[in-house]
Design a protein around this ligand. Structure first.
Ligand code: MRU
Length: 350
């Protein structure tokens, strides 16, 4: 499996996703600040992977703390959590992971843990968040594969693969599980402007796994569907509101509308940690606006004239009415999502 992120004696090690597929370079973050910078600058990206990185960044920062008393240690812990929370606003997995680390910290502190014990608990929980994410992806994949008929041509957008998680992937986990069941699957990977997660990352992962992969530019999707080259769509998510509205990589909304027009199922695969019952609908999801340079340049080459204004919202919201089903590790939610998602989050099968 692809090593997206790992904790070792030197620090938190990540494959640099900005450099793929040209080079496979690993970056070692030795401080919490370095982990936060790696998240902001997209060394690591993808909702679940960001959550794992934040948890490891907090544990790493606290491991390096020189505080001798729990009071000072607690102040530093809060500051480190705030540092992680300021990295990227849309993927709720980031905030889910920070909350979980806070809960672990509070439980240990209330039980009278020493500074060393607190450090150990945080490290153990960060590792657990990593391992649980891989397990969730595998279980989600098995649930989702049941929705995929043999001989399917699946369109996906952005990268919701091993690189976007601790391993295996969400949307690509569904595809991997279908392939492992012996189904004949061909994938159409949307290029995904401006950061090209589809062309660079999804295609890299799938080709490495020997899965039939064709890259198309984003503006080819409509025509591919009209010509009958797509059977279903599977994408990931950065945040799913209580009513089933889905925030995902910019361009996902267009794909969903096109899928509906062409009578194709539009599936979303995401772990329970991506479902945000505190956000009632998609209008309340904060959408990250990223650096102009992602739009104005490819590498060092400038595409746009100086003086043109630029917009770069990194995500869009697909209204729940376009979503056929949401695949999670606890089962598959179908409309009405207000009910089915709440049941899954509270632990009952939908
Ligand atoms: O800006 P990114 O690359 O972090 O955006 C990633 C996506 O939108 C993914 O589709 C989403 O996080 C799901 S990842 C399993």
């Amino acid at each position: 499996m692809l090593p997206t992120i790992e904790w070792n004696d030197s620090g938190v090690v990540m494959i640099d996703q900005r450099k793929l597929p040209a080079s496979e370079i690993y970056v070692t973050c030795r401080t919490a600040k370095e982990v936060a910078k790696a998240i902001t600058t997209m060394v690591i990206r993808g909702a679940p992977a960001i959550g794992v990185a934040a948890a490891m960044g907090i544990a790493l920062g606290m491991r390096r703390s020189t505080a001798t008393g729990t009071k000072q240690f607690t102040t530093e812990f809060q500051r480190t959590c705030d540092l992680m929370a300021a990295t990227r606003p849309t993927a709720v997995n980031l905030f889910w992971a920070i909350e979980r680390m806070k809960t672990t910290f509070a439980a240990a502190a209330q039980g009278g843990a020493s500074v060393d014990e607190l450090k150990q608990r945080l490290e153990a929980d960060a590792r657990a968040i990593h391992d649980e994410d891989v397990q969730s992806c595998r279980t989600m994949g098995a649930h989702g594969a049941a929705l995929v008929p043999d001989e399917s041509r699946i369109l996906t957008h952005c990268n919701a693969g091993a690189l976007a998680t601790a391993g295996y992937g969400t949307a690509l986990g569904v595809i991997r599980a279908a392939v492992e069941q012996g189904k004949k699957i061909a994938v159409l990977a949307d290029e995904t402007r401006p950061f090209l997660q589809g062309a660079r990352l999804t295609a890299w992962e799938l080709v490495k796994d020997g899965i039939d992969t064709t890259v198309i530019t984003d503006n080819m999707t409509a025509s591919m569907m009209r010509l009958g080259h797509v059977d279903l769509v599977v994408v990931g998510a950065d945040r799913i509101a209580a009513n089933g509205d889905v925030a995902n990589k910019i361009g996902t909304y267009g794909v969903a509308v096109l899928a509906k027009e062409h009578g194709l199922p539009f599936y979303v695969a995401a772990p329970i940690s991506t479902i945000d019952l505190n956000t009632p609908d998609g209008t309340r999801i904060p959408i990250e606006e990223r650096n102009d340079r992602e739009v104005t340049h490819v590498g060092s080459s400038r595409l746009t004239p100086e003086g043109a204004r630029i917009r770069n919202p990194a995500f869009d919201v697909t209204p729940a009415k376009y979503v056929t089903a949401i695949v999670t590790e606890r089962g598959i939610a179908r409309p009405p999502y207000e009910i089915s998602l709440a049941q899954l989050v509270r632990g009952r099968e939908a």
